[in-house]
Write a protein that binds this ligand. Structure first.
Ligand code: FES
Length: 106
């Protein structure tokens, strides 16, 4: 689902309650990664040693498309690449509180 702010919410399963949202962080199969203010999810992942495929880093190619298992992300601008329910484009979004991605270091 998308709204005018560009916030996408995946299908409900293991979604942190809004009251648990707190500081921006990314849960992966390797643990919890704390996001720095203003950085993209991709930047958070890279800073913690995750290798995510990317090309444009600006939301139009879709190369970084990643399953979003729980939580919500915010896009400063609506991305041009197609992103469906339960996915996100880490290069151009930020976590709203805690999110969970289906990703691991590799
Ligand atoms: S790298 Fe192109 S949309 Fe993310």
């Amino acid at each position: 689902m998308s709204d005018a702010t560009g916030t996408l919410t995946p299908a409900p399963h293991a979604v942190p309650a809004q009251s648990e949202a707190g500081s921006p962080r990314v849960h992966t199969q390797d643990g919890v990664l704390h996001a720095h203010p203003g950085e993209s999810v991709l930047e958070t992942l890279e800073r913690h040693g995750h290798h995510v495929e990317f090309q444009c880093r600006s939301g139009y190619c879709g190369a970084c498309r990643t399953p979003l298992l729980a939580g919500s992300v915010h896009y400063a601008a609506v991305p041009l690449a197609f992103v469906s329910q339960g996915e996100c484009l880490p290069c151009c979004c930020q976590p709203v509180g805690a999110i969970r991605l289906d990703i691991q270091k590799g």
